[in-house]
Design a binder for this molecule. Structure first.
Ligand code: ADP
Length: 178
């Protein structure tokens, strides 16, 4: 059994799939890093999603994208987010809220987390309007069509990796017979 640390409201845990990390995530992390002493970004496996990058590569890309942020750490975890928050001493979980469509699932998740571990609070952060439409699923779709169009969506290190992995995407258009 892992030793539990005291929960600190100065330590925040930001969990997600980050497959791959995009500029919407980075913006939230940088803002959170100004609010908390430590921000722990946790890459969690999501068995429901087909991965673009394996977890160690996602961690590496997050670390590279946030190399200049001194109070941000990147880890991986398995199991319940609240149990990991307790293990790490994080009193706050950060979640991003983009559209109303995020609200229902986040509300339910919050209720479960609160029931499972009342000592851990969740803080919701709204993106700047330019990042509202950013999500990893969109990056996954575009990369297979034309990876060169993703430079505005993801940090430079992720863009480079995506271009290596999908050099052409589907940029050569299929033509119809007429
Ligand atoms: P995605 O929804 O992009 O696949 P994740 O599953 O990795 O991202 O989500 C991790 C966290 O980041 C979630 O709390 C999610 O709401 C938040 N998030 C994702 N994209 C954005 C964005 N563009 N702006 C703000 N928060 C975001």
């Amino acid at each position: 059994m892992t030793a539990k640390k005291n929960l600190s409201s100065r330590v925040a845990l930001y969990p997600g799939s980050f497959d791959p990390v995009h500029n919407g995530h980075v913006h939230i992390i940088r803002r959170a890093a100004k609010l908390f002493d430590r921000v722990i970004v946790a890459v969690a496996a999501n068995p429901d999603k087909q991965p673009l990058f394996e977890i160690p590569e996602r961690v590496e890309l997050l670390r590279e994208a946030l190399a200049d942020a001194g109070n941000v750490e990147v880890i991986t975890f398995g199991g319940l987010t609240v149990d990991n928050a307790k293990r790490l001493g994080a009193g706050v979980i950060i979640r991003g809220l983009r559209l109303v469509s995020d609200f229902e699932s986040e509300l339910l998740l919050d209720m479960h987390n609160r029931r499972l571990e009342p000592g851990v609070e969740t803080l919701y952060m709204m993106p700047e309007k330019e990042y509202i439409c950013f999500n990893s699923s969109f990056v996954k779709q575009i990369v297979k069509l034309d990876s060169s169009r993703l430079s505005d969506y993801v940090p430079a290190c992720v863009f480079k990796r995506l271009r290596e992995k999908y050099p052409t995407g589907g940029a050569s258009f299929p033509v119809s017979s007429r």
